[in-house]
Write a protein that binds this ligand. Structure first.
Ligand SMILES: O=C(O)CCC(=O)C(=O)O
Ligand SMILES: [Fe+2]
Length: 279
């Protein structure tokens, strides 16, 4: 197995995994090590079976069953989420997945099934590099702050952008999928600090006045988009792209020239998802 860095700061390619010969624990551990070192790993996985996709994901946590109404279901495997451009599935906003949960997904594993000749890239920014890129005085200000993440915020923004989402907004807000996370978190594996606010779900900062919090969030979200913190993947069929949700945020660029289908498996810290604000 060879690991080669492909981005200056984040991203590595792993070669030499023979999926036809099976997937042993030693290989899976080496993939996990590479992921925690490089934050994103790319593996040529044309021959990977759905069972192997799940087995690899299980190394990182409990597997999430697809519950989202934003994407589609796999006909036979409930842990595989189908993202199909022809069904209108898109995630073209900077985000980390489901941060309205107390234990959001830790790792995502996306398998390219049908890939357009051009477009449909997935872009990333490193939330750790973004934290490290702040001046020490500003880091000090953020340490100890908590932000509220709310599922309804996604729908509210869609409504504001002119989508006809009135009843969905009410439904999303009614679900009460809302929680509080530190603005600066420590990576469970590496101890590295990272910024956990994202534009899709983060609504406000607790105990900081509305205008101040809005300015702080706007500034952080703008800061995170520095190209130096980023990595962008152009897909080929059979690619398996794995990313560490504690280290990066992602954006699915919504410009595929043809149909694009990818299969996602997400590993959660625990399958005990949380509803309600923790204090
Ligand atoms: O389609 C993609 O590239 C990524 C979609 C996404 O946001 C996700 O899988 O969490
Ligand atoms: Fe996502």
């Amino acid at each position: 197995m060879q690991i080669q860095q492909i981005g200056t700061n984040i991203g590595a390619r792993i070669e030499g995994i023979n999926f036809e010969a099976g997937l042993d624990d030693e290989t899976i551990d080496a993939v996990a090590d590479a992921l925690f070192t490089h934050q994103i790993v790319l593996i040529k996985a044309d021959a990977m079976t759905p069972e192997q996709h799940l087995k690899l994901a299980e190394r990182f946590g409990a597997l999430e069953e697809n519950k989202t109404d934003q994407f589609g279901e796999h006909p036979t495997v409930p842990q595989i989420t189908v993202i199909d451009s022809e069904a209108g599935h898109t995630a073209s906003m900077w985000h980390a997945d489901e941060t309205f949960l107390q234990n959001p997904p830790l790792v995502n594993l996306l398998h390219g099934k049908q890939i357009p000749a051009t477009g449909g890239d997935t872009a990333f920014v490193s939330a750790a590099l973004a934290y490290e890129g702040l001046s020490p005085k500003f880091q000090e200000l953020l340490d100890g702050l908590e932000a509220i993440h709310d599922y309804g915020h996604l729908y509210e923004q869609g409504w504001q952008s002119g989508y006809d989402l009135g009843s969905h907004v009410a439904d999303a807000l009614g679900k009460g999928l809302i929680t509080s996370h530190p603005v600066v978190r420590e990576h469970r594996e590496t101890g590295r600090k990272w910024l956990s606010v994202n534009p899709v779900y983060t609504r406000f900062i607790r105990g900081v006045k509305k205008l101040e919090a809005q300015m702080l969030l706007d500034m952080l979200l703008q800061h995170m988009q520095k190209p130096e913190f980023g990595f962008r993947h152009h897909w080929s069929e059979g690619d398996l792209l794995i990313w560490d949700q504690q280290a990066v945020q992602h954006y699915a660029v919504n410009d595929p020239s043809e149909r694009r289908v990818v299969h996602r498996v997400s590993a959660l810290a625990t399958n005990d998802t949380y509803v309600g604000v923790n204090d």
